[in-house]
Design a binder for this molecule. Structure first.
Ligand code: ATR
Length: 279
């Protein structure tokens, strides 16, 4: 696509940002839809983050995604934060308003739920969910699960105090499970989610017994490098349905693209293959 002087601009701010798949993903949609626009990797050091964000309206940007390590700083730096991002405590999508103010939201939970709906639409949301991990990713998943009304969320984390802090904060269906019981807390669960970094290329695999999960349960992993993590492999070998983490990345990108470039984008098989080619 040859850009005109009217091209719409967006990007992703990260440090480092070179690992981000978002430019490839948004670039695919821009090309596919023939949109006069660009989505750039924006390598921004933490000490420059607020200045860089403030420069977006001055440069005529429509907005930006924000990734590691800026998501929490973005919450404090934007002018308007929606309720969902406030509860999660992090912003990943920023839209420049007509008056130049920066509006922050968080689309990670949306991406998670939409990916499940697209890949395992009949997963049992009326049954308990086991959530492994209690970091930033876990917060977004827990908020999303509360909002769709799951009856019980069993939060299981190596550092139990972090799981307890989340259960205290979010209350409702949240329960704390000791890390040692990750294999024995799965009775009646409809879904098991890994939000830890275990299983990622270069990290140790997630060691967990899956015998207690009901046969119709779904197992999903936020890790998508590799696509088939040791957890997903073990679950598939046990005959369980598995949903990989790439879909969440693709779906969480939709609201930002629609806001910046004016078109609701679709997550298609071809897009998925295009992103997988570069994983
Ligand atoms: P993110 O924002 O991506 O969730 P994070 O806040 O660093 O990242 O959280 C990483 C998660 O992976 C945490 O739940 C962490 O457990 P701790 O809270 O005990 O640190 C989990 N994790 C990382 N390495 C782990 C390991 N070797 N064993 C078990 N859990 C691990």
């Amino acid at each position: 696509m040859i850009l005109t002087g009217k091209a719409k601009l967006a990007g992703v701010m990260g440090w480092p940002v070179s690992h981000s798949r978002s430019p490839r993903l948004h670039g695919y949609w821009l090309r596919d839809y023939g949109i006069d626009g660009a989505y750039l990797p924006l390598s921004v050091a933490p000490e420059n983050f607020t200045d860089a964000l403030r420069a977006l309206p001055l440069l005529g940007f429509s907005g930006t995604n924000v990734t590691v390590p800026h998501k929490e700083a973005a919450l404090a730096a934007v002018d308007i934060v929606d309720e969902n991002a406030q509860r999660i405590g992090a912003v990943n999508t920023i839209v420049v308003q007509e008056d130049g103010r920066l509006a922050g939201s968080n689309t990670d939970g949306f991406g998670f739920v939409e990916n499940l709906a697209a890949s395992a639409s009949d997963w049992a949301a009326d049954r308990p969910v086991v959530v492994l991990g209690a970091g930033g990713a876990s917060r977004a998943i827990i908020v999303a699960l509360i909002d769709i009304g799951v009856p019980e969320i069993r939060i299981c984390n190596r550092t139990e105090s972090r799981a307890a802090a989340l259960a205290d904060e979010f209350g409702g269906p949240c329960q704390v499970v000791p890390w040692a019981q990750r294999g024995s807390c799965q009775d009646d669960a409809g879904l098991l989610v890994n939000t830890t970094t275990l299983g990622m290329t270069g990290e140790a695999p997630l060691e967990i017994a899956l015998e207690r999960l009901p046969d119709d349960a779904v197992v999903t992993d936020l890790v998508y490098v590799p696509l088939m993590t040791p957890l997903l492999r073990a679950a598939a070998e046990r005959g369980l349905r598995v949903v990989d983490g790439l879909g969440m990345l693709l779906h969480q990108a939709r609201p930002g693209f629609a806001a910046w470039f004016g078109r609701e984008p679709e997550v298609t098989y071809a897009l998925r293959q295009f992103v997988i080619e570069d994983l």
